[in-house]
Ligand binder design. Structure first.
Ligand code: AMP
Length: 511
């Protein structure tokens, strides 16, 4: 999962992009990058590993000149190497000079890479599917472009070809040097992408972002979501063109954005993430009432931060007190994102601490947004017991995670998922809880669908259901992906094939 951003403005965009990336920081803390472009076509890039505030220094910001730009925060997905060479945006010099940033994950990356090498005579130098995506786009654009007179229709035709060749999830922003900003979304709209505008005396400025929260903080007005399969092209002068580029498209957004990933103050595909989470709380409360009719719960305690909205609504629904029993150290990043099980385990305690008086001699219901590996939940149940809780129940606003996520959210292999091969009672035993309550999948879908006002009823739910919307993911695919992920050897040998062209922080003028 990553966060992307693109701006076409009337004044320099470096600060806007920086501010926007800061509010998208929750979507990735592994690396950050910005490319800006001047009218002449000169592009400036700065990217590096780490948090936005650590990657960009004043001197870097000064070098990012131009009124148009894109930005990216990176979160390493499905077994990918976490290297500077794979941080985004990516650049190709032909045709015209293109930079691209991508959120999502391609499912036919291996085939694409091979076909590109054999048929398109293009070399992909990293293991990043985003570099492959950029090269497909560049190839298709080059094939169609005649001289320097690049028309919007030519760009859209190239994107239509991208849709035909590329499978999986992709929300994309790109700059074609000297021409403008391009943004597009895969035919299922799995990953979110919103469009906003800001009126100035010199004309309208446009912003494209993964989440609407970026628009709010940058004082842009939400215009609309980019449709699944649709592409938008905004010229350097701020002229907006758009076209549906997919022959077939259907909005099937990723439900995990609403469970965990997105900020609650975002609205995506017309769905308020906050409202979706409140609804999850209502539906989960109903399930708990059914399964625990005597309701011997004294207090409902959220695991901060993501589960707060659901836990609050759940408590209201059951008429139980809602109390903040855990204090979070807000200066520590999301634990899941740190590599390695040992680090992750240790960091749960660094991140959360129990407030004893909320637990002592009480039956507590802890609420989290989801249980993935179970490492966090197990540690937290133990903390609750150490703080004096009598019974510890654990509720998850999402159903059991039983399948890997192949569309851009880092989910471990089936073997590492606590719900694999275990029923609710066995999971409770594994995390030492008195009982666990999982949201049913139907109830989760209903919760998010209700938040859309009933407009959207089908979501990408593969990590719960094992049904992958792009139709190209089967057991063999998952086996291969898991084998690649599990084998450090293959990662090492892969790494040796990569020409390491980036030393330290990548900073360059792209002319
Ligand atoms: P665990 O069960 O220990 O794997 O951790 C689950 C917790 O991590 C959940 O409560 C979420 O808050 C968070 N989480 C779930 N999925 C992800 C993900 N893909 N990336 C980062 N954090 C996640």
């Amino acid at each position: 999962m990553c966060g992307i951003l693109g701006v076409v403005a009337k004044t320099p965009v470096n600060q806007l992009l920086y501010d926007g990336l800061l509010v998208l920081q929750h979507r990735g803390q592994d690396a950050a990058g910005i490319v800006t472009a001047e009218r002449s076509g000169v592009m400036h890039m700065h990217k590096g590993q780490g948090l936005v505030a650590d990657v960009f220094r004043t001197r870097n910001m000064r070098s990012l000149m131009g009124n148009i730009g894109i930005g990216h925060v990176r979160y390493p997905t499905a077994g990918s190497a976490s290297s500077l060479a794979e941080s985004q945006p990516f650049y190709v010099n032909s045709p015209f000079g293109i930079v691209l940033a991508h959120n999502g994950n391609l499912t036919n990356h291996t085939e694409l890479k091979e076909a590109m090498y054999r048929n398109d005579l293009r070399h992909i130098n990293t293991h990043s599917d985003s570099e492959a995506l950029l090269n497909v786009f560049a190839y298709e654009l080059q094939k169609r472009a005649i001289g320097f007179a690049l028309k919007p229709e030519t760009i859209f035709d190239a994107i239509a070809a991208v849709h035909r060749r590329v499978k999986g999830a992709y929300a994309v922003v790109a700059i074609i040097a000297g021409y403008g900003l391009v943004a597009f979304r895969d035919p299922f709209g799995i990953r979110p992408l919103v469009l906003g505008e800001h009126a100035t005396p010199d004309g309208v400025e446009y912003l494209v972002a993964s989440e609407s929260v970026a628009l709010d903080t940058m004082s842009f007005k939400m215009t609309r979501d980019i449709e699944p399969g649709e592409a938008v092209f905004i010229t350097m002068d701020g002229e907006l063109h758009s076209r549906q580029c997919a022959t077939e498209s259907k909005l099937v957004p990723c439900i995990f954005e609403h469970v965990y990933f997105a900020r609650p103050d975002s609205v995506m595909d017309g769905i308020s993430v906050y409202q979706a989470r409140l609804n999850m709380g209502d539906n989960l409360a109903e399930k708990i009432r059914r399964e625990l009719p005597d309701l011997d719960i004294d207090v409902v305690i959220p695991i901060p931060d993501t589960s707060r909205a659901s836990a609050l609504q759940l408590a209201n629904h059951l008429g139980l007190p809602y109390r903040e029993g855990f204090q979070k150290n807000r200066y520590i990043g999301r634990t899941f994102i740190m590599p390695g099980q040992a680090t992750r385990k240790k960091s749960v305690r660094q991140k959360l601490n129990a407030i004893g008086l909320e637990f002592k001699d009480r039956n507590v219901l802890l609420v989290d947004d989801s249980i993935v590996r179970g490492t966090t939940s197990k540690e937290i149940v133990q903390m609750a017991r150490e703080a004096g809780a009598r019974k510890v129940y654990f509720a998850s606003a999402a159903p059991p995670v039983r399948f890997p996520h192949v569309y851009g959210i880092d989910m471990p292999t089936r073997e590492e998922l606590i719900a694999t091969g275990r029923n609710d009672a066995q999971i409770a035993e594994e995390i030492s809880a008195d009982a666990v309550f999982y949201q049913d999948l139907d109830a989760l879908v209903q919760a998010v669908s209700d938040a859309s006002g009933g407009r959207i009823s089908v979501f990408e739910t593969s990590c719960f259901s094992g049904e992958y919307i792009t139709g190209d993911v089967d057991d063999a695919y998952l086996d291969e992906m898991e084998a690649r992920r599990a084998s450090p050897l293959s990662k090492d040998s892969d790494a040796s094939q990569v020409l390491d062209m980036n030393v330290g922080v990548a900073e360059q003028n792209l002319i």
